[in-house]
Design a protein around this ligand. Sequence first.
Ligand code: SF4
Length: 67
Amino acid sequence: MLIPMIDLGRCSACLGCIAVCPAVFRLNAAAGYVEVIELAQYPADLVDEAIKLCPEDCIAWEENTGY
Ligand code: SF4
């Protein structure tokens, strides 16, 4: 299964992906970074929209290795 991943090295924490797709992306306030919520299935349209709008171009679909 493909899951959205954030390259945290490039993420500027603009929170744009959370605005577009709060079901998938959330702010880990304690750690101070944006993370992907674990879901059985991801809404592809909304994730694609977030990928398109991410100013740092740091969201991508990746194969879930099971870890
Ligand atoms: S839209 Fe991109 S840069 Fe902005 S918080 Fe999300 S992953 Fe980070």
